[in-house]
Ligand binder design. Structure first.
Ligand code: UD1
Ligand code: CA
Length: 476
């Protein structure tokens, strides 16, 4: 029989001041709920049910069918939330149930596995994951006796001596599912908050002669949750510093970590330098020996080795090795840039392939294009890929030379080694090796200024003369 996992995600989080469930607030770009799901998955616990409540459709939408949910219509407390998943628990009643808070993102594989091991070895009814902290404010306090723990007391229900206890309830528990089901519906809302506390199960189990004990997590952050924006920022800071430390240990150089945010799944090769203001998220992978930043945001982007990315935005882009990009470049989804290419200032590339050693040095837009190797783009080239209705592709062969301010009206192809004359608006396919000129021919009208400007220049000269005389008179 497989274990059951219930993630509590019904709370509103009034103090976050959002109209979404609190568990969707993000830490390093991922909802807290996702962190908890990932921790379960990494521990191999994938029989998950999520209790949604306030604005629960956001959670259903976010999960997109990945895991089942149950709705908690009225939020009457953590015990009441678990009651909503009773059918799910009954499906595997001979195994263990892991209960987690969706607003405590730092739960980890080691803690989940370590607590289960102890739980089964000692044949306990319930094992509560706890941590010992300097400031226990806001958390349930662990009251111990000689046999283990005797109760969890919420802050609002604490007497003075209980309030001083520094061992706190992380909100993560392993229960014997059968034992949990035996006492779950005996919980009463007889406490300071008038809620059904899941934590009351501990006292009820002990009354029946069952065993309850703690697993003290080695992860000092395991209990940390976010109830307001300040605590959410604190979680972000902790996660951010942890990731930067990991990359420092891996041989990555940071000269200043101001504004540097690196997501959990980002990989960076040794010897690379990350400068200030870099935000690296999603499945971004950077090879060895790169210099990234300042001010570079890469999401789901793969970068080879020995690249320089200065002031670059890239989303869902693949970049080869030895590529130099920036400053002020925007690379949009579906872009693939081959080795040794050069992408210069104010260039935007979308859904296009750029061949080996091709140079796009300045002020250019390339959209929906297939560009060969060793192509040179002059300044200000535009692939005109959209006619207001449909998008079309532009094809440019190897070694082509695209003159400054060329418009390439797609669908169109430029042959290999072909040229376009500067300022051309190309509407026809260009054969290999040809030069295309598509612009008005020059017309020069001699003496035009004499006819058109005479009056204006004379007036201007007269005015200047007057001013000079006036200045001279004032001096004398
Ligand atoms: C809970 C624990 C406390 C522990 C703390 C750790 C109880 C009674 N208290 O307190 O001992 O130290 O977590 O973070 O369990 N939720 C629902 N439905 C509800 C109420 C809550 O789904 O009706 C969800 C919330 O979305 C949240 C989790 O349960 O993800 C915890 O709820 P919260 O109200 O934050 O509990 P705490 O007061 O923090
Ligand atoms: Ca909480």
């Amino acid at each position: 029989m497989k274990n059951s996992v219930i993630i509590l995600a019904g709370g509103q989080g009034k103090r976050m001041k959002i109209d979404k469930p609190k568990v969707l607030c993000e830490v390093l770009g991922q909802p807290m709920l996702e962190w908890v799901i990932k921790a379960c998955e990494s521990a191999g616990e994938t029989n998950i049910c999520i209790v949604r409540g306030f604005a629960g459709h956001f959670i259903t939408n976010y999960l997109n069918g990945r895991y089942p949910t149950v709705l908690q219509r009225d939020r009457l407390g953590t015990g009441h939330a678990v009651m909503q998943a009773v059918d799910f628990l009954r499906e595997n009643s001979d195994s263990n149930a892991l209960i987690l808070c969706g607003d405590a993102p730092f739960i980890d594989k080691e803690t989940i596995e370590g607590a289960l091991k102890l739980h089964t070895q000692k044949n306990r009814s319930v094992t509560v994951v706890t941590s010992v902290v300097d400031n226990p404010t806001g958390y349930g306090r662990i009251v111990r006796n000689e046999n283990g723990i005797s109760a969890i007391v919420e802050e609002k229900d604490c007497d003075d001596s209980q309030r001083n206890i520094r061992e706190i309830n992380s909100g993560c528990y392993w229960f014997k599912t059968k034992d949990l089901l035996d006492v779950l519906f005996e919980i009463t809302p007889d406490n300071a908050q008038g809620e059904y506390y899941l934590t009351d199960c501990i006292g009820l189990l002990i009354k029946r002669g069952k065993t309850a004990d703690a697993y003290i997590s080695e992860n000092e952050n395991v209990s940390l949750g976010a109830n307001d924006r300040k605590s959410l920022l604190r979680l972000n800071t902790i996660a951010r510093e942890k990731n930067i430390n990991k990359h420092l240990d891996n041989g990555i150089e940071f000269t200043c970590t101001d504004g540097v945010i690196i997501g959990n799944d980002v990989e960076i090769g040794a010897g690379s330098v990350i400068n200030a203001g870099c935000v690296l998220t999603g499945n971004t992978k950077i090879g060895n020996g790169c210099v990234v930043g300042p001010n570079t945001c890469l999401n789901d982007t793969v970068v080879g080795r020995d690249c320089i990315l200065n002031n670059v935005q890239a989303n869902q882009t693949e970049i080869g090795s030895g590529v130099k990009i920036g400053p002020w470049v925007n690379l949009r989804p579906g872009t693939k840039i081959a080795n040794n290419a050069k992408i210069g200032d104010f260039v935007e590339i979308k859904n296009s392939v750029i061949g080996d050693s091709t140079s796009v040095a300045h002020l250019t837009y390339i959209g929906d294009s297939d560009v060969g190797e060793n192509v040179n783009f002059g300044c200000g080239v535009v692939t005109v890929n959209y006619n207001g209705d449909k998008k079309f592709r532009t094809k440019i062969g190897d070694n082509a030379f695209i003159g400054c301010n060329t418009n390439l009206i797609a669908p169109v192809s430029v042959g290999s080694c072909a040229y376009t004359a500067a300022g051309s608006t190309i509407t026809k396919d260009i054969p290999d090796g040809a030069l295309a000129i598509e612009r008005g021919s020059a017309a020069i009208k001699e003496g035009y200024a004499d006819r058109m400007l005479k009056n204006r220049v004379e007036k201007f000269n007269a005015k200047k003369e007057q001013e000079a005389e006036k200045a001279k008179a004032e001096k004398e």
